[in-house]
Design a protein around this ligand. Structure first.
Ligand code: GRF
Length: 213
C-alpha cells in the first residue's frame, strides 16, 4: 500500500473545511491524512475538531512571539516535525511567511470564498454582496506571500439572490468548498496538479461533474 499524503492544516476558526478533509480521508476518498492542525486562536473550534480525531494540534498566538518571523519559524518546525507533505490553509486568517512558503514551495493550498482576483481579504463574501454581484463563488489556489494570490487550482461560481445575507451566501459557498477542497487535496496526493508559472494544469481527465453537482 502506498503511504498516505501527510497533511498539516492551518485554521483560525470553525474548521468546517478541516472537517470536510478529515471526513474524506476517514472515508478513504482521498489518499491523505491530517496529521497536525495549527491555529492562531486558542478558541478556534478547528482545534476541538482535531482533538476529537486525535490529531496533534497546536495554538501559536502571534502575541507569544517577538516577531512574525519567530512565529513562522515555529510553524515550520511543527510542520517539519510531523513530516507534512502538504500544508492546507483552511480559514487561516494570517499570511504565511517566506520561511514556510519556501520550505513548502508549491505545497501550500489556500481557499477563498470569492472568485479571485475579485474580493480578496478577510471579508470576501460581504464585499461581493455589498458590491452587488450576481455571481459569487470560491477559489482554491496555491498560496503565495500575498493575501489570496497564487496559481488557481479550482474556481466555481454560485448565484447570488436578492434576499441573500452574508450568512446565506457564505453557506452556499461553503457547500461547494466541502467538495472542492478535499478534491484539491486528492488531486495533489495523486500528483495531478502541475504548476507552470501562474497556471495549474490538472493532469488527466477532469470531469467537472464530479466537482459540481
Ligand atoms: C471558508 O469560507 C474559507 O473559504 C475562508 O474561511 C472560511 C473558513 O471556514 N478562507 P471554516 O473555518 O473552514 O469553517
Amino acid at each position: 500500500m502506498t503511504e498516505k499524503l501527510r497533511v498539516g492544516v492551518l485554521a483560525s476558526g470553525g474548521g468546517t473545511n478541516l472537517q470536510a478533509i478529515i471526513d474524506a480521508s476517514e472515508a478513504g476518498e482521498i489518499s491523505a491524512e491530517v496529521v497536525v492542525v495549527i491555529s492562531d486562536c486558542d478558541d478556534a473550534h478547528a482545534l476541538v475538531r482535531a482533538a476529537k480525531f486525535r490529531i496533534a494540534n497546536f495554538c501559536y498566538q502571534p502575541k507569544e512571539f517577538e516577531t512574525r518571523d519567530d512565529l513562522n519559524h515555529q510553524i515550520r518546525e511543527t510542520l517539519d516535525v510531523h513530516n507534512v507533505g502538504l500544508v492546507v490553509m483552511a480559514g487561516y486568517m494570517r499570511l504565511l511567511g517566506r520561511e514556510v512558503l519556501s520550505a513548502y514551495e508549491n505545497r501550500v493550498l489556500n481557499i477563498h470564498p470569492a472568485l479571485l482576483p475579485s474580493f480578496p481579504g478577510a471579508h470576501g463574501v460581504r464585499d461581493a454582496l455589498d458590491y452587488g454581484v450576481k455571481v459569487a463563488g470560491l477559489t482554491v489556489h496555491f498560496a503565495s506571500e500575498e493575501f489570496d494570490e497564487g496559481p488557481v487550482i479550482f474556481q466555481e461560481a454560485v448565484p447570488v439572490y436578492d434576499d441573500d445575507t452574508e450568512e446565506t451566501l457564505h453557506n452556499r459557498i461553503h457547500e461547494l468548498e466541502y467538495r472542492l477542497y478535499p478534491l484539491a487535496v486528492k488531486y495533489y496526493a495523486l500528483g495531478r496538479l502541475k504548476v507552470e508559472g501562474r497556471k495549474v494544469r490538472i493532469q488527466g481527465d477532469w470531469d467537472r461533474k464530479t466537482v459540481v453537482k
